[in-house]
Ligand binder design. Structure first.
Ligand code: ADP
Ligand code: MG
Length: 679
């Protein structure tokens, strides 16, 4: 038996449980050792039987007497009963439908029992208590006992019994923290930490163990990010000279004044692009904050340096919108973007590919179509990816690798990353933020609408339309799903058109329509030929209809906070006061709290922080989604630990840049390879 032994070979696991473990990503003994408790049951305080009180969970140390079983008539249950004694005092115990206990409980056994005590006709009795024989090595009762994340069919009781005998094998695990760092930071060896995190001697030992594991997790993350950053800065990247005249000419030809945020962000980007290593920057800003204008300046600078820019967006609608915006912004500079999307006709596509390959075109905007194998650039200098979380790591990299030298990389997102996560999860990325909106934007009034106010809301929409305005209605699904009772775009479109707003023009849009049809319907709404647009979340990005003042979101609790904020950003783009109505579907408290948060928060940045508090850092950061190892013990929001591990990672890399000094560290980087582009 070793750390690499498959779990199915561990005593008393068996094939069925091994299958369940696999579902949790647990394949080997090592994985099992790293399957950390979520919390602990503390049954260390033992109450004398004479002092047990009804209604409370308590633990007692007793001797078993009189075990018996009977079938209850009323509900056809098997009842196992026992008397538990301590000196002269007795308390009862009763278990429901656990017939097998008859084989486990015997008169004279000394037990620790723990559970809720209840008053009955015959005196006090434990109801369904957990128990364990008193002896060496208490695993369940009378100690801090681990409670593992719950999964169907895998109880903490089962896991305790399997994990505890394996703990000696922790000595064979390579310790991923080098001894010198452990010594400097006062951290214990991993074997000690794992033993104590599963079966702690006491609370201080548990804290120490958990700190040690958290340190390891954050240290590895920081090490990977910092290593990627150093590598990037030392690779030959494309450099684009920062020509102040070009920047001035761009700003001067705009029909508006750049905001301060735009100016700062553009300066940061142009400075990065002019530096030797390739840029890796994230431009964050709410929908409508003017990210595209900043990207346009970067594309112009790149083009003036004789290099090309590729702009990739997650949907065709968004790609077209970028294409339109960039065309306007860059027209005074004789730079016309070309559009390449899935629906581009074959002949046009051939022509575009040829022009891009021989360098005649220097700005290409599109969707996934840009990463097809036959798309080749003559000199790719800048890659801009919008809403990059919608793309996989591999897709982003494929576009980046279309250049001979590593091109500059600019990601844009309206889903801000909380400050607190920027140094850890996004350690290799530089951040620019557009925190202010261009002048003239009004905040969108947001209201959570309970079911009984639906009719009032419809009347309100009618009034707005009478004044010439338009409304979006977003539904979670395309087609009806009766089971969930969730509103679908198709059914809602019919209902609104035929029942609620018979006098209005109601248009429908969803992602299963052919691209051309989507365009046509969107265009009808944009030109005012429709009053209402019922849509699924395809509307999320890129739609710019300044006359639309109402955003209705059905089943709002089914969307994430960031997504709701994006929908909301679709209105308030013109001069009219705008509204976002969050219709509740089936509600729970958490859902309703989230909607209230959206209603109370205007800034996407603040919303991101709020989301973080509500959901916890792990979820928000979406580590798995990024292809990163999940944090088991570390809290990504722990700023002090973040700084400590970052300093340690930097110091280590200063003396061991290629990670050759300590093999386990090098091996550990495998888990980060894909995300941080360490190859
Ligand atoms: P984002 O990409 O951040 O959603 P856009 O760059 O598409 O935002 O800008 C939204 C709209 O605001 C566009 O019509 C753009 O021309 C306009 N805009 C951008 N910057 C400014 C500014 N500084 N002042 C006024 N309007 C601006
Ligand atoms: Mg945009």
């Amino acid at each position: 038996m070793s750390p690499s032994t498959p779990v199915a070979e561990v005593a008393h696991v068996g094939l069925a449980k091994a299958g369940l473990l696999r579902k949790l990503g647990i394949h080997t003994v090592r994985d099992l050792l790293y399957h950390l408790p979520r919390r602990y049951e503390d049954t260390r305080a033992v109450t004398p039987v004479a002092q047990l009180r009804p209604g409370e969970v308590q633990t007692a140390r007793v001797v078993v007497r009189n075990v018996s079983m009977r079938r209850s008539k009323e509900r056809n249950m098997v009842l196992v009963m026992a008397s538990l004694v301590e000196g002269a005092d007795t308390v009862g115990a009763i278990w429901f439908n656990q017939k097998f206990l008859m084989g486990q409980l015997h008169s004279g056994m000394e037990l620790l029992v723990s559970g809720k005590v209840q008053a009955s006709r015959t005196g006090l009795a434990f109801r369904n208590p957990v128990f364990e024989r008193v002896g060496a090595g208490q695993r369940h009762v009378g100690r801090l006992a681990p409670v593992y994340p719950e999964t169907e069919g895998l109880s903490s009781h089962f896991l305790r019994g399997r994990i505890e005998p394996l703990l000696p094998l922790a000595d064979e695990l390579p310790d991923r923290l080098p001894p010198s760092i452990r010594a400097a930071e006062g951290l214990e060896p991993i074997a000690v930490a794992l033993r104590q995190v599963h079966f702690p001697d006491d609370e201080p030992s548990r804290l120490k163990a958990s700190e040690r594991i958290a340190f390891e997790e954050l240290f590895l993350l920081q090490l990977a990010a910092e290593r990627a950053r150093r590598r990037r800065l030392s690779t030959a990247g494309v450099t684009v000279p920062y020509d102040v005249e070009v920047a001035r000419a761009f700003a001067g030809a705009l029909p508006f004044q750049l905001t301060n945020g735009q100016r700062v962000a553009a300066h940061e980007i142009l400075t990065d692009m002019a530096a030797a290593g390739p840029m890796n920057r994230l431009l964050q800003g709410d929908v409508g904050s003017g990210k595209t204008a900043v990207a346009a300046m970067a594309a112009l600078m790149t083009s003036r340096a004789g290099l090309q820019t590729a702009v990739m967006a997650p949907t065709e609608i968004l790609a077209r919108q970028h294409q339109a915006t960039l065309t306007d912004l860059l027209a005074p500079h004789d730079l016309a973007p070309r559009l390449l999307v899935g629906s581009t006709p074959a002949r046009a596509r051939r022509e575009i590919l040829e022009a891009v390959a021989n360098g005649r075109e220097s700005l290409l905007v599109g969707t996934h179509a840009l990463i097809e194998d036959d798309v080749a650039f003559s000199g790719l200098g800048l890659v801009v990816v919008d809403e990059q979380h919608r793309f996989g790591v591999a897709q982003r990299q494929r576009l980046r690798r279309k250049g001979a030298l590593t091109p500059n990389f600019l990601a844009m997102t309206a889903t801000p990353i909380p400050r607190s996560l920027q140094l850890t999860v996004y350690g290799d990325v530089n951040h620019s933020e557009l925190r202010e909106m261009p002048p003239g934007r009004q905040p969108v009034s947001t209201r959570v609408v309970p079911p009984h106010e639906r009719d009032d809301a419809y009347q309100f929409i009618r009034d707005q339309v009478a004044e010439g305005r338009q409304a979006f209605v977003i539904c979670p699904l395309i087609e009806e799903n009766d089971k969930l009772g969730v509103r679908s775009a198709v059914a809602e479109h019919e209902r609104l058109r035929d029942v609620v707003f018979t006098d209005l023009r109601v248009e429908l849009l969803h992602g299963r329509m052919p691209a051309r049809e989507k365009e046509e319907r969107m265009a009808r709404f944009a030109t005012g030929e429709a009053d209402l647009l019922v849509s699924t979340s395809v509307i999320e990005v890129g739609v710019d209809v300044p006359n639309a003042t109402i955003m209705v979101i059905e089943g709002a609790e089914r969307f994430g906070l960031a997504q709701l904020h994006q929908f909301r950003g679709r209105v308030g783009r013109g001069g009219h006061r705008s509204f976002c109505l969050l219709f509740q579907g089936g509600m729970d408290d958490e859902g309703s709290q989230r909607l209230d948060t959206v209603a109370a928060t205007q800034s996407g940045f603040d919303l991101a922080e709020a989301d973080l508090r509500l959901r916890g850092a792990g979820d928000v950061a979406g580590l798995r989604q990024h292809g990163l190892p999940e944090m088991l013990a570390a809290d990504l929001l722990d700023v002090v630990m973040g700084q400590r591990t970052r300093a340690a990672a930097q110091a280590w890399l200063d003396s061991d840049p290629d990670l050759t000094a300590y093999e386990p560290l090098h091996a550990a980087m495998n888990g980060y390879r894909a995300v941080f582009d360490l190859d």
